[in-house]
Design a binder for this molecule. Sequence first.
Ligand SMILES: Cc1ncc(COP(=O)(O)O)c(C=O)c1O
Length: 384
Amino acid sequence: MRNIEADRIKTLPTSIFSTMSKLAVEHEAVNLGQGFPDFDGPEWIIDEAFRAMKESKNQYAPSAGIMSLRMAIGNINKKYYDIGWDAETNITVTAGATEALYCAIQAIINPGDEVILFEPYYDAHKADVILAGGIPRFITLKKPAFDFNANELEELINPKTKAIILNTPHNPTGKVFTNAELESIAALAVKSDLIIISDEVYEFLTFDGHSHIPIATLPGMAGRTITISSTGKTFGMTGWKIGYACANAALTDAIRKVHQWTTFAVNTPAQHAMAKAFNDIENYLPDFRLKYQRKRDKLYEALLQTEFKPHLPQGSYFIMVDLPPDRYEDDIEAAKDLVINHGLATIPPSAFYTKSDEGGTMLRLCFAKRDRTLESGIEKLKRL
Ligand SMILES: Cc1ncc(COP(=O)(O)O)c(C=O)c1O
C-alpha cells in the first residue's frame, strides 16, 4: 500500500492533551490536566446564544465575522489597551484562537522560513509552523523565573527568520512578560524586520497586580504584530471556539485569504452572544478574575504542603510544579504513575520543549476547575 501520509505531517505528534485525557477517562481520574474549565461560562451568555438562534441568526456569518462582534472586539482593545483596531480592516473572527494561529502562520510562512518559539510552547504553535513548511527554532524560558536571555534570542535571528511567536500570559508557566522583556523582543523585531504572532488568549487572567501588555502597543509594533485571542478563555466557553486575530490591513488581508479556505465563517449564534458578552465585559471581569485568583491561591497553597513544589503563576490558569527529587525518572513517568496508580491526570510538559530537557522535571496542573475537583486533586497529591 502506498504511503498515505503527506511528508509534512509525518513529524507531527499526537497532542499530549488527547493522550492524557484518554488515560484520565480510562482510569476515572480527577482531571487537572487539560486546560479548560469543568464548569460553564455565564448563563446570560448562553441565553444570548439561544436568543440569536430563536431570532433566526442561524445561517453563515460574514467570513471575517459579524460586524457587531468585530466592533465589540475593537472597543475592548481601545478601552483596555488604547489600540485602534478597525472592525472592517483589522479584525477577523476565527474558529478559536487555534484557527487564528493556523491562518496567521499559513498566511506568512514560506517553506524554509524560520520561526522562533519560546519554549515551553503551546504545542499548536510548533505544529502550525511545521504544517506551513517552516522551521521552528527555540529559545528556552528557564526556571525558576522562566526568563530568557535577549542575546540568545538575537543569536537565533538570521536572514531566514520571518517571525517570532510569543504567548503572554504564558501557557504553561503562568509567566506574564514584562514591559522590558517585550521591549527587547520588539527592538529585535524592528531591527530584523520580523513579524510577531502574539497569542494572548489569557489576556484577562493576570494576578497580584501583574498587568498584561499587548506587544502591539509598543512603538513600531502595531504594523508588524498579529494579536490573537479567544472568547473561549475570556468567557469560559472553550467549546464554542470563537477566537480572533487583530493586525494591520495587509496582514489581515493575508489571514483572511487563508481563513476563507479553512472554515470560511464560524458559528453565527455564538458570535452574537460573544458580541453581547464583550459589550458587558466591564461588569463581568472583576468577578471572573477574583474567581480564578481564588482557585490559583487554593491550588498553590495546597501544593506547598506536598512534595510537588509549585511555581507561582502570574497569569493564565496553569501552575507548573517541580517533581519531587529522586522519585521519578521524568515527567512522563510521573504523569503516568499519577493517572494510572493515583487517579490524578496532569500534563507532562516535556511535550512543550524541543531544545531543553527542563520539561522533564515538572508537571503542569490546571486550576480552572470546580473547587471540589481541585480539592480531590489536592487530596490525591497529599496522599502520595
Ligand atoms: C496559549 C493558547 N493558545 C491557544 C489556545 C486555543 O484557544 P481556542 O480554544 O480558542 O482555540 C489555547 C488553549 O488552551 C492556549 O492555551
